[in-house]
Design a protein around this ligand. Structure first.
Ligand code: SDX
Length: 429
């Protein structure tokens, strides 16, 4: 490889390949013509070395532990801005002026109610349904209610669908929570900011006044910022692939939520808290570390490791700080789960297995402790992740739709099944 061109030797063939450089980060080798020139595919099942698209939204440097949203470090956005400012940035590419922010907040706030018939839709679920099952169902169902924003070729309808999903996800998540605890749904209150509105929809009851705790609201808003986008992760890639067929935006986001639910991805925050509860006390930690290192044991330390971060996940650092802030605000002096988490991290980060494999805590390691302290049941953790990641999914979907070179995603395979053979009648098998 040299300069802007590379060559690949395939048998007696030499194939020229263009190298495309990004603004920062790794360059890519354009292999689009590989099959037509060699009759061969590349093979990369987990996409560990594959760039699926060109994007200008989020940049991750896994070795340096850097995360940028449209070039701005996550630490600065989490410190100085709010979640809707991050939403505007991810969608529009620039930080909003005061007027743009006020207009964006106003437009999102006026889309927070869901169609009244959706409340009946919820009645069809069992009370003990997992909130993510309810979320996947109700997000997909939005395409049954909002026909006037499903035409993806119309920029106005794309914008309305985007506003609706950012605005309605908190309402749907709160409804999923209320439905599982058997309490009445709480309508959004437009005088509240985005995250305070969500907290009230989750924890207010008709029997008494609910006062939002500003420290908890600010902490949760920051947690949403940390979860907003993350390059081409599994759920975002799912949204892009679903969107590449022309599916409507609600269906694409529902597909992303379904993928996020997995314990290797967004379901890890729920799994990490369950793991900490299973470990229970600090003196049980060595047993679980040994299980995590045992090749014959499928157990993994949930909340540890990452496909991209081979250094500390910058979001985990901010998450840990937020955990201490929330526990202090709630007067929780010694949370046994936090003690286990801190000791587990200390032991793991000094253990050669984790050091060699570059396994560090990721965003899911501390988030569960914080959300549990705020009063959310473990089953709601991934729903909160989906709420925050919706803007990232939408921004990436929008970028894909607006890319003039966009075409349907259709990977190929390495076939190792049976060569062609003749059908035999059942009597002769
Ligand atoms: C998220 O992609 C994203 O950006 C995702 C995300 C986002 O914001 O969208 O950041 C959110 O999903 C964070 C990750 C949450 N998942 C978990 O915490 C689940 C536990 N972690 C692992 O399942 C794993 O680390 C992954 C899935 C996160 C990453 O898996 P990879 O990149 O495919 O790594 P791997 O499975 O190939 O593991 C490499 C090695 C293996 O050992 P060897 O086979 O090489 O001997 O490290 C080991 C693994 O066994 N390993 C672990 C481990 N994670 C990896 N061993 C013990 N505990 C772990 N957590």
């Amino acid at each position: 490889m040299s300069g802007n061109n590379g060559q690949l030797q395939v048998g007696d063939k030499t194939v020229d390949m263009a190298i495309k450089k990004g603004s920062i980060g790794p360059s890519v080798i354009d292999i689009a013509k590989l099959y037509s020139q060699t009759g061969m595919f590349t093979y990369d099942p987990g996409f560990t070395s594959t760039a699926s698209c060109e994007s200008q939204i989020t940049y991750i440097d896994g070795d340096e532990g850097v995360l940028l949203y449209r070039g701005y470090p996550i630490e600065q956005l989490a410190e100085h801005g709010d979640f809707l400012e991050t939403c505007y940035l991810l969608l529009e590419g620039e930080l909003p002026t005061a007027a743009q922010k006020a207009d964006f907040d106003y437009r999102v706030t006026r889309h927070t109610m869901v169609h009244e018939q959706m409340a009946r839709f919820f009645q069809g679920f069992r009370r003990d349904a997992h909130p993510m099952a309810v979320m996947v169902g109700s997000i997909g169902a939005m395409s049954a209610f909002y026909h006037d924003s499903t035409d993806i070729s119309d920029p106005y309808q794309r914008m309305v669908a985007s506003m609706r999903m950012i605005a309605k996800m908190p309402t749907l998540a709160a409804m999923a929570f209320k439905y599982t605890v058997g309490q009445p749904f709480v309508y959004p209150l437009n005088s509240l900011d985005y995250t305070s509105n969500f907290l009230r929809m989750c924890f207010a009851v008709p029997a008494e006044e609910y006062k939002v705790n500003p420290v908890l609201s600010r902490a949760l808003d920051r947690i949403f910022i940390l979860h907003a986008d993350h390059e081409q992760n599994a759920s975002t890639s799912t949204v892009r692939l679903a969107g590449s067929s022309g599916a409507n935006p609600f269906a694409c986001i529902a597909a992303g939520a379904a993928c996020l639910w997995g314990p290797a991805h967004g379901g890890a925050n729920e799994a990490a808290l369950k793991m900490l509860e299973e470990i229970g006390t600090v003196d049980n930690i060595p047993k679980f570390i040994a299980k995590a290192k045992d090749k014959n044991d499928p157990f993994r330390l949930m909340g540890f490791g990452h496909r991209v971060y081979k250094n500390y996940d910058p979001r985990a650092k901010i998450m840990q700080k937020t955990t201490h802030e929330v526990l202090a605000e709630l007067g929780i002096k010694d949370d046994p789960l936090l003690d286990v988490a801190i000791e587990l991290e200390r032991i793991a980060l000094s253990d050669s297995y984790f050091i060699e494999k570059k396994l560090y805590p990721n965003i899911d390691f501390y988030s569960g402790i914080t959300l549990k302290a705020m009063g959310f049941p473990t089953s709601m953790f991934t729903a909160l992740f989906a709420l925050a990641r919706t803007v990232g999914w939408i921004a990436q979907w929008k970028e894909m739709i607006e890319d003039p070179s966009q075409k349907i995603g259709r990977p190929r395979q390495l076939y190792t099944g049976s060569p062609q053979r003749e059908y035999s009648p059942i009597g002769r098998r």
